[in-house]
Write a protein of this length. Structure first.
Ligand SMILES: CC(C)(COP(=O)(O)OP(=O)(O)OC[C@H]1O[C@@H](n2cnc3c(N)ncnc32)[C@H](O)[C@@H]1OP(=O)(O)O)[C@@H](O)C(=O)NCCC(=O)NCCS
Length: 205
């Protein structure tokens, strides 16, 4: 099916999160998230658009750009809002590696004050549902630096298989012994997703 004909949900609801595409008006929440997390993001997310946000207006522009990209099915940025507080606590993204072959990649970060509470893993399970059930993914990949232990845990807890270790390829992130770090590459195939326990979520058309 052509990507523009796909019927995509407006939001996914997990136990603790409302996950939805960004929209006009989200700028102030995103500005707070970006301001709170610059140092948190710098080591492993040097290209993250949140790092470029200087003002609430910048954030509002980015929200509208993310929305436009969602509508065109170019890249799927979503915010995960904690149900209990209405706070934007996690960002997740599904980017397109190859549309015709239905191959995608997942990325994420969590607000530093909400780290270590399982919000990312909860969001990743929902976005795997989105990729495989709504986009028809055949393969979803994920990657992280080999010193990013928290991210490795998220990916492995979510059921991905480690497929490659690109060694000592990152000169800007050093291991404790001073050597260059590298990257782990992971993948999940449709058949592997099908064998996972399905997340409890509400999917709103
Ligand atoms: C990488 C990153 C997203 C991981 O976030 P995280 O908070 O550790 O991940 P989760 O939300 O899944 O939380 C998992 C932790 O919460 C704990 N936890 C607490 N309550 C939980 C619950 N209800 N359900 C699941 N886990 C829970 C888990 O035990 C786990 O702890 P552990 O890693 O010590 O075993 C975060 O560190 C981050 O944003 N880093 C900066 C940006 C970055 O590195 N992005 C990824 C680049 S590849």
């Amino acid at each position: 099916m052509h990507k523009m004909l796909l019927e995509l949900p407006d939001r996914l609801e997990t136990e603790r999160l409302i996950i939805r595409p960004y929209q006009a008006g989200d700028g102030s929440a995103y500005y707070r998230l970006a301001q709170n997390n610059k140092a948190h993001l710098l080591p492993f997310e040097e290209g993250n658009p949140a790092l470029a946000i200087q003002t609430e207006k910048d954030a509002e522009i980015l929200m509208r750009e993310f929305h436009a990209e969602w509508v065109c099915r170019n890249v799927f940025f979503v915010g995960g809002w904690e149900k209990a507080t209405g706070t934007l606590v996690v960002q997740l993204v599904i980017s397109v590696t190859h549309w015709d072959w239905r191959q995608f990649e997942i990325g994420y970060f969590v607000d530093k004050d909400h780290e270590g509470q399982g919000f990312v893993s909860e969001g990743v399970r929902a976005m795997l549902y989105f990729a495989f059930e709504c986009l028809g993914a055949q393969r979803v990949s994920a990657g992280c630096n080999d010193t990013n232990v928290r991210s490795q845990h998220v990916i492995e807890r979510s059921g991905f298989t480690r497929e490659a270790h690109i060694r000592q390829s990152r000169c800007h992130i050093r291991c404790e012994d001073g050597t260059f770090s590298g990257d782990y590459h992971y993948g999940m195939l449709r058949a592997e997703y099908d064998r996972l326990p399905k997340p409890e979520l509400v999917c709103q058309p």
